[in-house]
Design a protein around this ligand. Structure first.
Ligand code: NAD
Ligand code: TYD
Length: 359
């Protein structure tokens, strides 16, 4: 099987490319990535020389380039992750979110529609090689915000609140329409917040870890009582693999690990892990760096994912306990400071200034 993974140089994409390249030596993995500020080929050093891995630098909006990639590599299935992915950036400017997340997804759907027009999608449960799948990797944020109780199911209404989640919801609608209208074999997944190695330090967990280690303020939006449902990136990747190989075409699957944390409690836990990891640091206790800052506009109160369909129908389950996963993630950042420095060079500081300095 020849798989096109888009956004394979980003956080989740690079963890997924590594997994698929190593686990399936008889699959060819083609990674199509524009290498925006969020893409980093350094994430893939350990697989770049493998014979079943190919990197193509390009923009998913570039229809000719995408068509060429399908034809040149005989693409059988797509795992689509390329996106602008950060809510705060979408609030500062939404243009690139619409360009990449909506128009880019459309360009990929068009290429799949045309290249696979003579291929029957085939039922789920068939060997992967016998069918094509367009796996649309989406987020729980398309469902909007929950009050204190309840969880998102696959039939929860679509009610996005940020430009980011609205752009992802638009892409989901396009994917659904291309399945219903043209028979493109789409499967959509909605995952909760991911954490783990190679996540850019603009997202909550790595930002707090690095700021705390450097003795910088830990900016908590609002009262810190917003709740996120955390999933280790490796568990997300195993779920994407299961959805690709065993999922039913036309279905959607929620992915989560039943692991809800109030932001403030999570940040305090990170501080505690750092206190134990670096007892000699002048920043102990790291929690003294916590600062409450102006809230994010439209800030979703709570996410909670019901992933029972994924578990029941595809036999998937997360394997990483949260405290263990968080500790190993904090250790990964502490042990990869050169990677962090490079990830924060150039454009990052400009963004940091815009988002935090006048907050
Ligand atoms: P990321 O920002 O770390 O990586 C995105 C990647 O896409 C980068 O490598 C970037 O270079 C590439 N890219 C951006 N625009 C492109 C374009 N026009 N053409 C080609 N490549 C382009 O994102 P992530 O956190 O790894 O998220 C990956 C996917 O998973 C996204 O679709 C996101 O919406 C979804 N998702 C993320 C989370 C999360 O917690 N991070 C949760 C659920 C779903
Ligand atoms: P984030 O990692 O940006 O993910 P998302 O907005 O997609 O859920 O943020 C996670 C939570 O942490 C969210 O409630 C916003 C909050 N947050 C802060 O309080 N301070 C910060 O500096 C950041 C980046 C996020």
């Amino acid at each position: 099987m020849n798989i096109l993974i888009t956004g394979g140089a980003g956080f989740i994409g690079s963890n997924l490319v590594r997994r698929m390249v190593k686990k399936y030596p008889d699959f060819r993995v083609v990674n199509l990535d524009r290498l925006t500020y969020a893409g980093n080929l350094e994430n893939l050093r350990d697989v770049e020389g493998r014979p079943n891995y190919t990197f193509v630098k390009g923009d998913i909006k570039d229809k000719a380039l995408v068509k060429n990639a399908f034809e040149r590599y005989g693409i059988d299935s797509v795992m689509h992750l390329a996106a602008e992915s950060h809510v705060d950036r979408s609030i500062l400017s939404a243009d690139e979110f619409l360009n990449t997340n909506v128009l880019g997804t459309h360009a990929l759907l068009e290429a799949a529609r045309s290249f696979w027009k003579d291929r029957p999608a085939g039922p789920a449960g068939r060997p992967a090689k016998a069918r094509s799948v367009f796996l649309n990797v989406s987020t729980d944020e398309v469902y909007g915000s929950l009050p204190e109780a309840g969880s998102f199911t696959e039939s929860s209404p679509c009610a996005p609140n940020s430009p980011y989640s609205a752009s992802k919801a638009s892409a989901d609608h396009l994917c659904r329409a291309y399945n219903k209208t043209y028979g493109v074999p789409v499967i959509t997944t909605h995952s909760s917040n991911n954490y783990g190695p190679y996540q850019l330090p603009e997202k909550l967990i790595p930002l707090m870890v690095l700021n705390a280690m450097e003795g910088k303020p830990l900016p908590v939006y609002g009262d810190g009582l917003n709740v996120r449902d955390w999933l280790h990136v490796e568990d997300h990747c195993s779920a994407l693999e299961a959805a690709l190989l065993k999922g039913s075409v036309g279905e959607t699957y929620n992915i989560g690990a039943d692991n809800e944390w109030k932001n403030i409690d999570l940040i305090k836990l990170i501080c505690k892990i750092l206190d134990e990891l670096r007892p000699g640091s002048p920043n102990v206790p790291h929690a003294s760096l916590i600062r409450f800052v102006k809230d994010r506009p439209g800030h979703d109160l709570r996410y909670s994912i019901d992933s029972s369909r994924m578990r029941r129908e595809l036999g998937w389950a997360p394997s990483m306990g949260f405290e263990e996963g968080l500790k190993s993630t904090v250790e990964w950042y502490a042990g990869n400071l050169a990677w962090c420095e490079r990830a924060r060079s150039g454009e990052y500081m400009e963004y940091y200034e815009k988002n935090y300095m006048r907050r």
